[in-house]
Design a protein around this ligand. Structure first.
Ligand code: IMP
Length: 192
């Protein structure tokens, strides 16, 4: 089976993508590909970062590969934290620090519309796939302990619960990353 390196060591992401691509391609993580060290992520767009990460892998392996980048874009904050979602409250901050900063920034604001966007870039085809989910930022955390990141304060449209209150299968079906992965899977199946 054809090998495809996924530029991540995040177990949850790998599991999700492996499940969707079973029997189509063999997904290899960075570690399994013997790639160590920090991949630069210095672009100022999601697509730029995804491409930069995939290019880093391609340059070292010349093996087909893809990378993803995700951001939370909040309307009332002009699209912030966006590409800086992971380090919104500063370098090495926790998910909780980021949520605290976001809730403070939206305090008193009526417009709480937001979306998550994921961009996946596939090399050497140089194809990008985007998934997006719209919703709103809640005024406080709602969680059953599911999820990560901003999940406790993000409620997708047409649902009455936050991402952190949903079973993972439901979130994966409707989420930004799930939708981007779905497009990648369709492309790979059609172009084997
Ligand atoms: P990454 O590009 O997938 O590493 O995502 C960047 C940052 O966006 C993460 O550190 C999280 O803070 C946030 N994020 C990404 N995906 C999700 C999600 O599904 N739920 C909540 N937060 C997310």
């Amino acid at each position: 089976m054809k090998k495809l390196i996924f530029a991540t060591n995040n177990k949850h992401k790998v599991e999700e993508v492996r499940a969707a691509l079973q029997g189509v391609v063999q997904i290899v993580t960075l570690e399994e590909a013997g790639l160590h060290g920090e991949i630069p992520e210095t672009a100022d767009t999601l697509q730029g970062n995804a491409l930069q990460k995939a290019q880093w892998v391609w340059d070292r392996t010349h093996t087909p590969c893809f990378a993803d980048d995700t951001g939370l874009e909040v309307e009332a904050l002009g699209g912030a934290p966006g590409v800086y979602s992971a380090r919104y409250a500063g370098e090495h901050c926790s998910f909780d620090d980021n949520i605290d900063k976001l809730l403070a920034a939206l305090d008193g604001k009526e417009n709480r519309r937001a979306c998550f966007r994921t961009v996946i870039c596939l090399l050497p085809e140089n194809r990008c796939f985007e998934g997006r989910v719209d919703g709103q930022i809640l005024t406080e955390r709602h969680s059953n302990g599911e999820g990560f990141g901003y999940d406790p304060v993000f409620m997708p449209d047409r649902f009455a619960v936050s991402f952190a209150e949903m079973p993972l299968e439901v979130k994966n079906r409707i989420s930004h990353r799930g939708l981007a992965v779905k497009q990648l899977v369709e492309y790979l199946k059609a172009n084997q």
